[in-house]
Design a protein around this ligand. Structure first.
Ligand code: CUA
Length: 351
């Protein structure tokens, strides 16, 4: 009896905490993400995701029909042939060695399994095999604890956590091919509406491709436990019509404009440990351990989708990233107020 009351008390306490948790600071992410359609695997907008979706639906349909037939026959037999008062207690007739029955229940399952094998093989071939057409974009994805590095070989662009790709229309497809590697532990690249998961493994290059047919922003996340901040290793894929994509490329290829009014902040950046981990083109900073900051302010989020990229959030992040992302590998910078303000003012000019 007492345990019963304990259960109810715990349930009430948990329910009471829910609104408190909802009020906790999400650094603007809930508001931003709520404007992006949910990342459902059932709502595919790219060939690999669509193929996987179709296959899954087909397999589930066939297995559901098998389940209904077997469960139906079983239920019928249990009810129809149940023990009744007055039964003589003898076993029913035993049928051995009926060739037609043996033949039927061997052939039918073999045919079903064969169909599933062929259709699965066709899907695997479509998702994995295609040769890169001349118009295809190649992006090198490097997973880090806990963020994504995107390098566009040939375009000279390096960015983080927000992957821009061109829209691929069905008449003249411009797919994007991703080569994925890890800088540390095993991760998994997953954008549910665009493709299935692809493992990202140290010392091994995996590849995948997407051809999104609908412009928009797609949410993704790391799909394999990779340490403390695995759940906060988010990404966005921004699919743009070709002209917009080309404009983004041209802007990313430019070095950031030099703003004389933030010279002190820039000197703070160049004289602290920032330069060991981050790159800003046109400065002495060429670190590879953390995200490239050359065009930091063109990104919507910071910390791999942990906060919206605003000046206030940048200030919190630089002074101590662990306030936003416990376990983050970037150290707290411990700067004085003036240095911190000037540094953030400098970062805010990196467009
Ligand atoms: Cu990276 Cu989980």
């Amino acid at each position: 009896m007492r345990r019963w009351w304990l259960t109810i008390a715990i349930a009430i306490a948990v329910a009471g905490c829910a609104p408190v948790a909802a009020l906790a600071n999400d650094w603007g992410m809930g508001d931003s993400n709520s404007r992006i359609p949910p990342s459902s695997v059932f709502d595919s907008v790219s060939t690999p995701a669509h193929e996987i979706n179709t296959l899954a639906f087909f397999v589930v349909s066939i297995t559901t029909v098998i389940f209904l037939i077997v469960a139906g026959l079983l239920t019928y037999s249990i009810v129809r042939f149940r023990a009744r008062p007055g039964d003589d207690g003898r076993e029913p007739p035993q049928v051995y060695g009926s060739n037609p029955i043996e033949f039927a229940w061997t052939t039918v399952p073999v045919i079903i399994v064969l169909v599933l094998i062929l259709i699965t093989a066709r899907t695997i071939y479509t998702v994995q095999a295609p040769a890169r057409p001349p118009g295809a974009l190649s992006v090198h994805v490097i997973a880090h604890q806990w963020w994504w590095e995107f390098r566009y070989p040939g375009l000279g662009i390096v960015t983080a956590n927000e992957l821009h790709v061109p829209l691929s229309d069905l008449q003249s497809p411009t797919p994007t091919f991703l080569d994925l590697e890890s800088a540390d532990v095993a991760h998994s690249f997953w954008v549910p509406r665009l493709a299935g998961k692809t493992d990202v493994i140290p010392n091994k290059k995996n590849s995948m491709w997407i051809d999104p047919h609908v412009a928009g922003t797609y949410l993704g996340q790391c799909g394999e436990y990779c340490g403390t901040e695995h759940a906060m290793m988010l990404l966005r894929v921004i699919v743009e019509p070709r002209a917009d994509f080309d404009r983004w490329v041209a802007a990313e290829q430019q070095p950031p404009a030099l703003d004389a009014s933030v010279g002190h902040g820039r000197r703070v950046f160049e004289s602290t440990a920032c330069v060991n981990c981050h790159t800003i083109r046109g400065t002495a900073a060429d670190g590879r351990f953390g995200p490239d900051l050359t065009h930091l302010m063109t990104r919507e989020t910071i910390g791999a989708g942990v906060a919206m990229n605003t000046r206030d959030h940048l200030k919190v992040w630089v002074s101590d990233p662990r306030v936003m992302k416990p376990g983050a590998l970037m150290p707290a910078m411990n700067l004085g107020d003036k240095d911190l303000d000037d540094l953030v003012a400098y970062l805010a000019t990196l467009r």
